[in-house]
Design a protein around this ligand. Structure first.
Ligand SMILES: CC(C)(COP(=O)(O)OP(=O)(O)OC[C@H]1O[C@@H](n2cnc3c(N)ncnc32)[C@H](O)[C@@H]1OP(=O)(O)O)[C@@H](O)C(=O)NCCC(=O)NCCS
Length: 180
């Protein structure tokens, strides 16, 4: 699984992306968005057990702390909500996609490239899964302008009528996967 060296002086080991388990202490997780914090602390384990979301954490083993997390789920997209040059190549019925439901980095670990690490890991995972179960794009609902700017920085594009719903074609995610 992906590992990286963070640049903070308090981090002395590579952080690893791991499937959430009871072994991960997430009680102190704080990303500045109360709903995202609460989800990880109170809801993520239950969603995982009920197979509603796959939850992955970026784990700082040296400090025994969850530094970030993301979730993936299946979803459907109405092709007419996509830009016309993409919609015209799709059937006129809902098509399958993969949703990044949540993605966040703890405030203590911001600006170290960990958001990029999590997003790359999510895209690579979605791309790999799409080879077994069809999915035409990765979708995300940005919470605000800053979150949207983060995703657009990595090539996500806006839906036509919902400027906070963004997508990246699976073909692009697969290229990420092949190029590592
Ligand atoms: C968005 C978020 C995940 C970014 O995490 P981070 O670890 O600080 O970001 P990184 O250090 O990995 O930044 C990677 C790149 O994204 C850029 N970036 C980070 N935040 C950005 C923003 N708001 N707008 C534009 N670019 C941004 C950085 O400049 C950096 O660019 P570079 O690779 O060209 O140098 C983090 O701010 C966060 O958790 N926010 C609160 C939760 C949230 O809004 N989540 C997204 C919606 S669900």
């Amino acid at each position: 699984m992906t590992s990286c060296w963070a640049r903070s002086k308090v981090i002395s080991e590579p952080l690893r992306v791991e499937r959430l388990s009871a072994a991960h202490d997430r009680s102190t997780f704080s990303c500045g968005n109360a709903a995202l914090d609460r989800y990880l602390r109170e809801q993520a384990g239950q969603d995982l057990r009920r197979h509603l979301s796959a939850v992955f954490v970026l784990f700082d083993r040296a400090n025994d702390v969850v530094a970030g997390y993301y979730t993936l789920s299946a979803c459907e997209v109405d092709p007419t909500s996509l830009p016309s040059e993409i919609a015209k190549r799709l059937p006129r019925r809902p098509v399958p996609a993969t949703l990044i439901g949540r993605l966040a980095v703890d405030l203590d670990y911001r600006g170290l490239g960990l958001g990029r690490t999590l997003l790359a890991n999510a895209l690579i995972r979605a791309a790999g899964a799409s080879l077994a179960i069809g999915s035409m794009a990765v979708i995300v609902d940005a919470k605000d302008d800053q979150a949207r700017a983060f995703y657009e920085h990595y090539g996500f594009r806006r839906f036509v009528e919902d400027p906070y719903r963004l997508f990246i074609p699976m073909a692009v995610a697969i290229r990420h996967e092949r190029e590592g």
